[in-house]
Design a binder for this molecule. Structure first.
Ligand SMILES: Cc1cc2nc3c(=O)[nH]c(=O)nc-3n(C[C@H](O)[C@H](O)[C@H](O)COP(=O)(O)O)c2cc1C
Length: 350
């Protein structure tokens, strides 16, 4: 196999990010409990918080401050802020640094209705002048590494990612993360890393490739076809929290391990325990567990019935029961060489 473009590290301003693998900001998913579990597996060069509303951060709203917190051992770590008022974004960036951010990331790529409705996130791609003002204001407010997360435009008719990238670079951003899709494409379509390549060619700062990197072949394709300097992993890391470690091994040329069903079972239990310790109510922990399992069970053999069973559970112990039955059945199948059997229905709670 051709040796691909495998970065050994990513340098953002003075900061060394090694491996060149970033955990994506994902609202409702990449919270501190999830980041802690993934960190335990290894391979995370730079974790990032979920998006944090700039206006909430500067008003000290407790829920927003909690979202912005990094664990003491999350170093280096990034806090992502969103908003559309340059002065608020500048203040929020300072607050993020005070909270311990090694990197401040500006969200200009998130398609979330919540964010775009207030004309933040990806909606900013339609307002290049405002992009300029926001990046300039944040740059003037913080001395440390500043990154901007963008998509390649608002829509296929307004694919202005190169223009936006140049503006960010011109106003002092130290690196960009680029999701290859436009806002209007949401999460549809097959990976087109060449679009990121256009931006890599257009700027001198490092560009991190994002979107649909879920395994080694897709990572290799993203790196080779875009020439990007690092990778950001989102949904793939929730489905397979070992992904970053696996890619880190691959980047180093080291052997890549695949988790067993037993390890997958242990990980979700571990995550649930960390959630319970951190959430005020069981309902809160249960909601997050359901959201996590919606991704985590994707691609697993007979994951559909398990997903349904978890989704309809009324408590954490009920979820644990479904998981126990499912993973025991799958481990038994693994032992027997993966032949289908009637125990596949056990996840229904029967
Ligand atoms: C549930 C969910 C929440 C997300 N939240 C954020 C966010 O808070 N900030 C952000 O910049 N992007 C957010 N994104 C976009 C991801 O960071 C990432 O760019 C996108 O999922 C594509 O990468 P992937 O294919 O590796 O998942 C979110 C995506 C999902 C699916």
């Amino acid at each position: 196999m051709r040796q691909s473009n495998r970065p050994t590290q990513l340098r953002v301003a003075g900061l060394n990010i090694q491996p060149a693998l970033l955990l994506a900001p994902m609202e409702g998913l990449t919270d501190r409990p999830f980041r802690r579990v993934v960190r335990g597996l290894g391979g995370v060069g730079l974790p990032c918080t979920e998006f944090v509303a700039s206006e909430g951060l500067i008003r000290d709203v407790p829920r927003i401050i909690a979202m912005a917190r990094l664990d003491p051992d999350e170093r280096p770590g990034a806090i992502q802020i969103y908003g559309r008022r340059p002065e608020s974004m500048a203040q929020a960036a300072r607050a993020a640094v005070d909270l311990g951010a090694d990197v401040v990331d500006i969200n200009m790529g998130c398609p979330s209705r919540k964010v775009c409705a207030h004309s933040g996130g990806a909606a900013l791609l339609r307002e290049p002048q405002l992009v300029r003002e926001i990046v300039a204001a944040v740059r003037a407010a913080v001395a440390g590494p500043l990154t901007v997360k963008i998509r390649t435009g608002w829509s296929l008719d307004e694919r202005n990612g190169v223009e936006i990238a140049r503006i960010c670079e011109g106003e002092g951003a130290d690196a960009l993360t680029v999701h290859w899709r436009t806002r209007m494409e949401a999460f549809k379509g097959a990976m087109q890393p060449e679009r990121i390549g256009e931006i890599v060619q257009a700027v001198a700062i490092p560009v991190v490739g994002n979107g649909d990197v879920v395994d080694i072949p897709s990572a290799e394709r993203m790196l080779d076809s875009s020439g990007c300097h690092g990778l950001m992993l989102g949904r793939g890391a929730v489905r397979n929290p070992w992904l970053l470690k696996q890619l880190a091994c691959w980047l180093e040329g080291a052997p890549v391990a695949t988790p067993t069903m037993e390890e997958r079972h242990a990980l979700v239990l571990d995550y649930m325990q960390v959630l319970e310790a951190g959430c005020h109510t069981e309902k809160g922990a249960l909601g997050r567990t359901k959201k996590f399992c919606g991704y985590y069970t994707h691609g697993l053999p007979h994951g559909g019935p398990l997903r349904q069973a978890v989704f309809h559970s009324n408590g954490m112990d009920e979820v644990r029961g479904h998981l126990a039955r499912y993973f025991e059945a799958q481990a038994a199948r693994e032992d027997r060489g993966n032949e289908p059997d009637s125990s596949d229905n056990l996840a229904d709670g029967a």
